[in-house]
Design a protein. Structure first.
Lengths: 114, 116
């Protein structure tokens, strides 16, 4: 079965510091998008950032950016100037091998400390 | 506001009871999905509907049934609830299949289901 791996179950970072969450995937799709979602205690799933696999340039959305290594199938999320509101579970998602559905990693619980 | 509406938000069932989780989207999306979320396991796909009139099993379909009532609505039914089905359930929709989707999923707000 296809897997998405997030090797850090929990992480913490001081407010205003930078943190990187890792993700690896193994889709066989050739043209696809990858996604990071945030799930705060409210339980709502919120899109953080997306990356086009055929673009070498890493995506950036304000304080959030990715480090995308297509050959290594690695898709890490960097959060700069961390804020208390960034405290949440973070999930990365990749298309499955048939391109039909998204497969999610197990999540990384991020705590931003004051 | 456009989005995915999922009901109920919370439910407690006794073992053996049945219930239906409702999901509706107003974004004219073709594809709809039901996932369950359990601690340490991320989101696992139960069933999906690639388009109106079609449904397919996902990774963990046992104990569930679905109905794609029309393009907007996709319901999940538990015929005889078991404690192992205690979980948080999410409905989601997308404009296209995952490999062709540039916007990813839009999620409902989730249902916390407890089976005692």
């Amino acid at each position: 079965a296809q897997t998405v791996t997030q090797s850090q179950p929990e992480m913490s970072v001081q407010e205003a510091e930078t943190v990187t969450l890792s993700c690896t995937y193994d889709t066989s799709e050739s043209n696809y998008y990858l996604f990071w979602y945030k799930q705060p205690p409210s339980r709502q799933m919120i899109l953080v950032i997306r990356q086009e696999a055929y673009k070498q340039q890493n995506a950036t959305e304000n304080r959030f950016s990715v480090n995308f290594q297509k050959a290594a199938k690695s898709f890490s999320l960097k959060i700069s100037d961390s804020q208390l509101g960034d405290t949440a579970m973070y999930f990365c998602a990749s298309p499955d091998n048939y391109g039909q559905n998204f497969v999610f990693g197990p999540g990384t619980r991020l705590s931003v400390l004051p | 506001n456009a989005g995915v509406t999922q009901t109920p938000k919370f439910q407690v069932l006794k073992t053996g009871q049945s219930m239906t989780l409702q999901c509706a989207q107003d974004m004219n999306h073709n594809s709809m999905y039901w996932y369950r979320q359990d601690p340490g396991m991320g989101l696992r796909l139960i069933y999906y509907s690639a388009s109106e009139g079609t449904t397919d099993k996902g990774e963990v379909p046992n104990g569930y049934n679905v109905s794609r009532l029309n393009k907007r609505e996709f319901s999940l039914r538990l015929e005889s609830a078991a404690p192992s089905q205690t979980s948080v359930y999410f409905c989601a929709s997308s404009e296209a299949r995952a490999g062709a989707s540039s916007y990813g999923y839009t999620f409902g707000s989730g249902t916390r289901l407890t089976v005692v």
